[in-house]
Design a protein around this ligand. Structure first.
Ligand SMILES: Nc1ncnc2c1ncn2[C@@H]1O[C@H](COP(=O)(O)OP(=O)(O)O)[C@@H](O)[C@H]1O
Ligand SMILES: [Mg+2]
Length: 236
């Protein structure tokens, strides 16, 4: 079995009238199952563009991409949506929870779309919430939870359908230092204990420090890619 993610020479070019923005300029990358990867770079360096392509939310202008052995680069939008729902769990900076909807119902949503029974939805959602330390908060609404807790609900929603990879774009961008640490410890624990493959996009070095591999992106290119010891995730 090859690497979970294999991409070669990815380019993304945006055209705005006469102006051409080269957001990605020849990115090649392999990610193995079970890795915990941070993609770090300044604002505008192409991190989100790369994450959106790897997450099948967007397609490259050119280059090839295989996800879990499937040639994603050649897929149409329906096939892409299907592989995205099956293989990818997303976590965003602003949590993207549905307001006035309980934590459990937020986490159940991906299972609802897959046609799971209500009983199965509730059981799996409760297990996922427990996994991120939110057992007993199933019936809380997002507004009744702290920012860090809301992001943990979003992590539970991302992992409830057993995706091949969790993709997190600036997951701590709206959180204070303590909650940020909490989220990174949670992701590190899920990677270590459940073997989840995790990729975190960030512009902050102390967030990237939790990962075991650091990929530096600059002006749409990978300028460094190294494995390293993650910071000790105390309490994880
Ligand atoms: N939809 C878009 N249309 C045009 N330009 C875009 C679009 N999305 C991103 N860009 C440009 O591509 C470059 C990379 O953006 P992005 O991937 O969002 O960087 P990052 O996430 O590292 O801040 C930036 O110059 C940005 O302005
Ligand atoms: Mg971004």
């Amino acid at each position: 079995m090859g690497a979970l993610i294999v991409c070669t020479d990815l380019w993304k070019i945006y055209r705005l009238g006469d102006v051409e923005v080269q957001a990605l300029r020849g990115v090649s990358l392999e990610i193995e199952r079970g890795e915990f990867v941070a993609v770090i770079g300044a604002s505008g360096s192409g991190k989100s563009t790369l994450m959106n392509i790897l997450g099948c939310l967007d397609t490259p202008t050119r280059g090839r991409y295989w996800l879990d052995g499937q040639d994603v680069g050649s897929m149409g939008s329906d096939a892409l949506a299907e592989i995205r729902n099956r293989e990818i769990g997303f976590i965003f900076q602003n949590f993207n929870l549905i307001p006035r909807t309980s934590a459990s119902e937020n986490v159940q949503l991906p299972l609802f779309y897959r046609g799971a029974s209500l009983r199965e939805q509730r059981t799996l959602a409760a297990a996922a919430l427990a996994r991120v330390g939110l057992a007993g908060r199933e019936h809380h609404y997002p507004a009744q939870l702290s920012g860090g807790q809301q992001q943990r609900v979003a992590i539970a929603r991302a992992l409830v359908s057993f995706p091949a990879i969790l993709l997190a774009d600036e997951p701590t961008g709206n959180l204070d230092t303590e909650s940020s640490r909490d989220i990174m410890v949670t992701l590190a624990r899920l990677n270590r204990e459940d073997g989840l493959t995790v990729m975190v996009v960030t512009h902050e070095a102390d967030i990237a420090a939790y990962a075991a591999r650091e990929i530096v992106v600059k002006d749409g290119q990978i300028v460094s890619d190294r494995r390293k010891a993650p910071v000790h995730a105390r309490g994880g």
